[in-house]
Design a binder for this molecule. Structure first.
Ligand code: PSV
Ligand code: MN
Ligand code: MN
Length: 423
């Protein structure tokens, strides 16, 4: 905390100048309420993004000091949260993470101000000692015994989550097929639905189930939860605790994700997000690094739709990052993702809704574009920084991370040849 204060003291004069400029520029708007919304907004960090990522071609552990245990993963997220005040939750992936002692993990997490976000199951990899292989799918499998094994795994993940105080299960399936004729689509869907129903039955009343879709990979001909239509079908048939989860990287190129988001929200079936960015496929790049305008347009629909339904921005949807890196320090990468998400959210909060509605009603296309791009092209970084300052975090999270040489300290403490479990 001392180091954060010292760091902030050195930057506060410049920060105040930028903030005052914004206050003058946006004097017609209640900026205080915007800043408060930014303070309240928290984005969960996935446990598997804390180590250096890789591709199927290789993994280059450039950094070292990677977290070797769940405890160290919680410490890393605690560090991010101390720096940016906006990463107050961790999302675990079972069995990459195996929570041994839930009570001690809970108290460690809460000592850093962290909660346990959605739990993730894994039926896309075979586990040592498992009776059945997922080579030909898990919840969709033609063999009931394989489906049963996958259902039981998901139920175990729910149990871990209950012990940790989580309240959501994210199910992402690699199920699908690689060649035409391999799969009976209808039977694959029905098997998957039946399996999901069995998992759904084990879900506590206050829990949500997020059904994540993905267009392709690792299967390259069909995916059994391949798009938002299929996910919505499952979620609708399952019941009111089931929702669609949108991972930004899981669409076919050029998909209009903001429109998908608007309609899912309208139907009350949008559960949450996995934020990342991509140019080609499920690239898992830093949020906002390739298509910041798309990120803003998504938040624009979210703010509009959530306000229309009287939803709480911070609480009513699941906000999570799902990115992982081969060439960057993963902690710096996560700080950049959170920053990009906060900026997009701030921009969306400042869109002049009344003027936009009027432009839409008048078919004033040019005006509508001017309104959106006016906030998108405004530099709102000082607002996000002010939210951090008020949360007791650092004015420049990455700046402080580098000033304190945190990675070097982690390497000193944990060693160079550390490998975090995950992808
Ligand atoms: C799959 O591509 C995915 O995005 C799912 O969210 C998984 O849970 C995550 O990656 C990690 O495998
Ligand atoms: Mn994902
Ligand atoms: Mn993915």
């Amino acid at each position: 905390q001392n180091q954060i204060e010292k760091h902030n003291d050195s930057l506060v004069t410049t920060h105040q100048r930028r903030l005052n400029f914004l206050k003058e520029d946006w004097s017609h708007v209640d900026l205080e309420s915007v800043i408060q919304k930014l303070v309240d907004f928290q984005i969960a960090i996935p446990s598997w993004a804390l180590g250096t990522g890789g591709t199927r071609f290789g993994r280059f552990a450039i950094t070292g000091g990677e977290p070797r245990t769940i405890e160290e993963k919680i410490e890393d997220v605690g560090l991010l949260h101390a720096l940016n005040g906006a990463s107050g939750a961790i999302s675990l992936h079972i069995p990459w993470d195996i929570p041994q002692n839930a009570e001690s993990l809970k108290s460690l997490a809460s000592s850093y101000g962290l909660k346990f976000d959605a739990m993730n199951s894994n039926t896309f990899q075979d586990q040592a000692g498992a009776a059945h292989s997922y080579k030909f799918g898990s919840l969709q499998h033609v063999n009931k015994a394989v489906r049963k094994q996958a259902v039981e795994h998901n139920i175990e993940v729910i149990k871990h989550g209950i012990a940790l105080g989580s309240d959501a299960l994210t199910v992402w399936l690699a199920d699908g097929s690689c060649f035409p004729g391999q799969l009976n689509f209808r039977k694959a869907f029905e098997n998957t639905l039946e399996s999901l129903q069995e998992i759904y039955t084990a879900l506590p009343d206050n829990w949500k189930m997020f059904v994540e879709y993905k267009a392709f990979e690792p299967n390259f001909y069909s995916t059994t939860v391949g798009d938002w239509g299929q996910s919505l079908l499952y979620a609708s048939k399952l019941g009111k605790k089931a929702y669609t989860l949108v991972d930004l990287g899981h669409h076919l190129p050029n998909a209009n994700i903001e429109q998908i988001v608007a309609l899912l929200l309208m139907e009350g079936k949008l559960g949450g997000f996995h934020f990342n960015d991509s140019k080609y496929g499920d690239d898992d790049l830093t949020a906002g690094s390739i298509k910041p305008y798309q990120l803003f347009l998504i938040f624009n629909e979210l703010v509009e739709g959530m306000d229309a339904k009287g939803m709480n921005h911070a609480k009513d949807l699941g906000w999570m990052i799902d990115a992982s890196h081969n060439v960057k320090d993963p902690l710096e990468d996560l700080l950049q993702s959170v920053e990009a998400i906060m900026i997009a959210y701030a921009q969306a909060l400042l869109v002049d809704r009344k003027a936009l509605n009027a432009a839409q009603d008048n078919n004033d296309v040019a005006k509508a574009q001017e309104i959106l791009q006016n906030t998108f092209r405004s530099d709102l970084r000082a607002l996000v920084a002010e939210a951090r300052l008020r949360a007791g975090a650092a004015l420049s999270p990455i700046g402080l991370y580098r000033e304190l040489d945190i990675r070097k300290n982690l390497v000193n403490g944990r060693g160079v040849n550390t490998v975090a479990t995950g992808l």
